[in-house]
Design a protein around this ligand. Structure first.
Ligand SMILES: *[C@@H]1O[C@H](CO)[C@@H](O)[C@H](O)[C@H]1NC(C)=O
Ligand SMILES: *[C@@H]1O[C@H](CO)[C@@H](O)[C@H](O)[C@H]1NC(C)=O
Ligand SMILES: *[C@@H]1O[C@H](CO)[C@@H](O)[C@H](O)[C@H]1NC(C)=O
Length: 422
């Protein structure tokens, strides 16, 4: 609500007579109608979230001949391919936002232009460093991070959220899920036996066998004989299905990505104000994260393609201003380095979605910390607000107790007595 108020105030200011008039004068009165022309827009701010690059598996199955020491730096680490992928993405950012592109970044890193945040894992931190090494060669750039478990921006999945747990339980008890589990019971029992796991695996565990196989394939390592292309394909599909059960869906996406979306929208709102007041603007906000963050973000924005996010894939949420002064948002997805980013259109809007419309359309998934806590069905946040709440209740009770005798006395007073003043 507060966004919309702030927005319409700004809009009124901009939509005044002057902006269009000036624009028409500037263009000599023609060519203004071709609103889709790129040249008519300047970039105000870009928020980009990407996945880390290629990595080693985080664990493997007991009978695997490729143990942890088969990987250069052990499990769960960014590989040299992953570093390459982020060099490539960093070059892409430099082209897009630097002097060859939208010209919003200076040659040298400037702290009031760029803000970088990563989750607290080696592979995301290394990825963003590899990336920045190409975006700002030979310059140290600060990367902010917050410990998993307290990271409300990028690791909402690891925070306590009773509603998210409940949603997952519901999904796992749905008829569709139970049927799928039944259909794959025999297959999973076969996998468990061959892989040497010491307990039964359901669909939700398929990744434990699938993930190391996926990484080994990417690194040309051999697979055991029992992993035929069919077996792998089936494991892969089950992993994708389990993943979706976990993270995808309006409410799940909202609980996982809503805090980040709130941040992005606040930052865009602020950037818009700064442009109007001719102030300095944060041009590029970078978030280094994981596949599930990307799925949740795309899912919450209703533009998910139901395909898990490839390594180093990147969601770009960009705020533009056109020559008439209006602001719009474009979302695109760079999931393939050999292809331009795919433009994703929020249902109900255009590829360049007017900022106010954008905020209205996604209002439901913009989660301030307070709103997020309510959606998670958690009690009010801090000790302080709990304390204030306590004081508030105590005050009311105290007033009630004190006021009662007065009220009683007032009632009991005989008519005509001079009680009117009390
Ligand atoms: C795996 O093999 C393919 C085809 O021979 C090659 O292009 C690729 O670079 C290899 N990957 C690794 C990680 O060695
Ligand atoms: C983005 O918005 C959040 C929430 O309002 C704020 O805490 C943060 O400082 C902003 N970041 C930048 C770089 O402006
Ligand atoms: C990338 O995303 C687009 C749009 O959703 C989709 O059509 C395409 O198949 C995806 N490609 C990859 C490699 O995931």
């Amino acid at each position: 609500m507060s966004y919309r108020n702030a927005l319409s105030r700004e809009q009124n200011k901009m939509a005044g007579v002057w902006a269009p008039l000036l624009a028409v004068l500037a263009f000599g009165g023609f060519s203004v109608a071709t609103g889709e022309n790129e040249n008519l827009r300047s970039l105000v701010q870009a928020s980009v979230m990407f996945r880390h690059g290629d990595r080693s598996p985080t664990q493997t199955f007991p009978t695997d001949i490729h143990k942890e020491d088969a990987w250069e730096q052990g499990f769960g680490f960014l590989s040299s391919i992953g570093i390459e992928q982020h060099h490539n993405l960093g070059e892409f950012f430099r082209k897009r936002y630097g002097k060859e592109g939208f010209k919003v970044l200076s040659e040298k890193f400037k702290r009031d232009e760029v803000y970088v945040r990563s989750t607290d894992t080696d592979r995301t931190l290394m990825s963003v460093e590899a990336n920045l090494d190409r975006l700002f060669p030979d310059q140290p750039v600060p990367v902010h991070t917050v410990r998993t478990g307290t990271d409300m921006l990028l690791r909402a999945f690891w925070l306590k959220c009773p509603r998210a747990v409940e949603l997952l339980e519901e999904a796992k008890n749905s008829e569709e899920f139970l049927q799928k589990e039944e259909e794959n019971k025999e297959f999973m029992a076969y996998v468990v036996k061959k892989a040497g796991w010491d307990r039964p695996h359901g669909i939700m565990d398929a990744w434990r066998t699938e993930d190391p196989l996926l990484c080994e394939k990417a690194h040309n390592m051999s697979w055991p004989d029992w992993v035929t292309p069919e077996v792998y394909k089936r494991l892969h599909e089950l992993t994708a299905y389990a993943y979706e059960t976990h993270f995808v869906g309006d409410e799940k996406g909202k609980l996982m990505a809503g805090l980040l979306i709130h941040n992005i929208v606040s930052n865009m709102t602020e950037a818009r104000q700064e442009v109007l007041e001719d102030k300095k603007v944060h041009r590029l906000l970078m978030y280094s994260a994981h596949d599930l963050d990307i799925s949740a973000l795309l899912s919450a924005l209703n533009v998910y393609n139901n395909m898990s996010a490839p390594y180093a894939s990147c969601v770009l949420i960009e705020l533009y201003q056109d020559r008439l002064g209006s602001f719009s948002v474009q979302i695109s997805y760079r999931n393939d380095s050999s292809h331009d980013p795919y433009v994703l259109t929020v249902p109900g809007c255009d590829a360049f979605c007017p900022f106010d419309d954008f905020v209205t359309l996604i209002d439901d998934v913009i989660m301030s910390p307070g709103r997020w806590r309510r959606a998670c069905e958690l009690p009010p946040r801090s000790f302080f607000s709990g304390f204030l709440y306590g004081v508030f209740v105590a005050t009311i009770v105290l007033f009630a107790v004190l006021a009662l005798p007065i009220f009683r006395r007032g009632q009991a007073a005989p008519a005509g007595d001079d009680t009117a003043e009390s």
